[in-house]
Design a protein around this ligand. Structure first.
Ligand code: GDG
Length: 447
């Protein structure tokens, strides 16, 4: 069997049994189970000095060999925080106004991609299938080709790809697009993303084509988690606390793409417009801090503190807290169990490549009493989840109305919607996503 080589910015800690809070790692772990696999990337560690003497750490667990390198502080700042998360992330989420463009960061981004290629190339065999992930590594394929790597190389973009009219506000956008030619397969999440990327290729006269490979979850394992989680003491305590009243849940990395202030304002509007719910519903928002040293993320945190405080101060009572808000991650089992306990989930990103939480929420429900998914039209997941209550995340009145509707749907209507969503979540999974991407790579020319 051919070896699969995965390259991603972060490689999950080898012996870390805990699940990381990030969609890519969650999906890939489920996907690579049945391949001999080399997984290459950044260790997550920052190293001193200029990196000249940096070592490659190699460790094998089961079928996967993990090979990682550290990044210097300068590389961390320029490549990871600066260009990847301070420039490409906002731009790809249609937020050019939040870009902190810097030519200096761009140079470090390019040099780290070259570094990755230089370290990876000697480990590659001609019949490997190399699968490169995400916006941190747009130029990696080209850098590998420059080193005469003949193996097949594919690229998958987990986040949205905006229209060319927006993307071109990045000075290097034409060069990035040209670099993509090095890949044998280019995958994106949705038809919209493929249309945007192919439009960019067409405008620039680049003979490349993006194809759609929607990502999913491992629904059986998530459903099992939700079932088993029911016996956890925290779940029983929460259930007792709720005294039969409905729970609304939200789970998102703390990121401005997730529409959190807008969602909280929607909940505020809901309590204002439907006062009958005051004291009769609880909203639990779980928002692990991420990228906490990027300035935009710090101001988001302050804004959320302010809005949550405002809602709880305005509507709260001595025996009722309207919003329970956590900024640390919870174990996966507990999350899954809380999903099952919730009458509704709010998944309302302003933009999202796919959004796995939407799929996890569906997987965690039970047929006897399924909860209702409220989903942003601008999540990639919305393309195939039309039986959710779809909302415009900017419109707090629409969020409020959807919450009211979710909490008043009849049992049979909830079941009909959930059955259809369930079929979809079991149809497109992490495994089927990986299989179809790998199949596409197998079909291209061999060395
Ligand atoms: C990117 C794209 C795309 C969250 N909090 C906790 C926790 N999580 C887990 C969730 C879910 C994952 O993290 C988040 O995945 P998403 O897909 O929702 O979002 P991103 O992290 O932005 O992922 C996204 C994805 O890549 C895959 O292609 O869908 O559009 O932005 O699995 O459950 N997990 C635990 N505790 C938490 O507190 N254990």
């Amino acid at each position: 069997m051919q070896r699969l080589v995965i390259v991603s910015n972060r490689v999950p800690a080898v012996r870390d049994r805990k699940q990381p809070a990030g969609g890519l790692a969650v999906a890939l772990r489920a996907a690579v189970q049945d391949h001999p696999c080399l997984w290459f990337g950044w260790s997550g560690q920052q190293i001193g000095g200029d990196g000249a003497d940096r070592t490659l750490s190699v460790d094998t667990v089961g079928n996967v060999t993990y090979a990682t390198i550290g990044l210097t502080h300068k590389e961390y700042n320029g490549f990871y925080q600066g260009y990847s998360n301070g420039i490409l992330w906002p731009l790809c989420h249609y937020r050019a106004g939040l870009m902190n463009y810097s030519r200096h960061d761009q140079q470090i981004y390019a040099s780290v991609n070259t570094l990755f290629a230089t370290r990876l190339a000697p480990m590659l065999k001609p019949d490997d299938m190399v699968w490169v992930h995400d916006y941190h590594l747009f130029p990696l394929g080209k850098a590998l080709r420059d080193l005469k790597v003949k193996a097949r190389i594919g690229f998958f973009l987990h986040i949205p790809f905006p229209p060319w009219s927006l993307m071109r506000s990045l000075p290097e956008a034409p060069a990035l697009m040209r670099d993509l030619r090095a890949y044998d397969v280019i995958g994106v999440q949705t038809e919209d993303d493929a249309r945007n990327m192919n439009e960019a290729f067409a405008v620039l006269g680049i003979p490349a084509k993006a194809r759609v490979f929607p990502i999913g979850i491992d629904p059986d394992s998530f459903a099992a988690c939700a079932r088993e989680g029911q016996s956890l003491p925290q779940v029983q305590r929460l259930r007792q606390d709720l005294r039969g009243l409905p729970l609304i849940i939200g789970v998102d990395r703390m990121d401005y793409s997730k529409g959190l202030p807008e969602r909280l304002r929607g909940y505020d509007t809901f309590l204002k417009r439907y006062p009958e719910y005051r004291g009769k519903v609880t909203y639990l928002q779980i928002t692990p801090v991420s990228r906490g040293s990027v300035p935009e993320y710090q101001s988001l945190r302050a804004e959320l503190d302010q809005i949550v405080g405002h809602i709880n101060g305005t509507y709260g009572a001595f025996d009722w807290t309207p919003v329970r808000y956590l900024t640390h991650p919870l174990p996966r089992e507990l999350l899954a169990a809380f999903f099952q306990l919730s009458s509704a989930a709010l998944v309302t990103p302003l933009r999202d490549g796919m959004n796995l939480v939407a799929k996890e929420y569906v997987a965690a429900q039970v047929p006897e009493n399924p909860g209702t998914l409220i989903l942003s039209r601008f999540a990639g997941a919305a393309a195939d989840m039309e039986d959710a209550l779809l909302v415009n995340p900017h419109d707090s009145d629409e969020i409020a109305a959807a919450l009211h509707k979710a909490l008043s749907l009849s049992g049979s209507e909830r079941r009909v919607r959930w059955e259809r969503l369930r079929a979809e979540v079991w149809r497109v999974t992490a495994a089927s996503w990986a299989r179809s991407f790998i199949a596409a790579m197998s079909e291209v020319r061999t060395a």
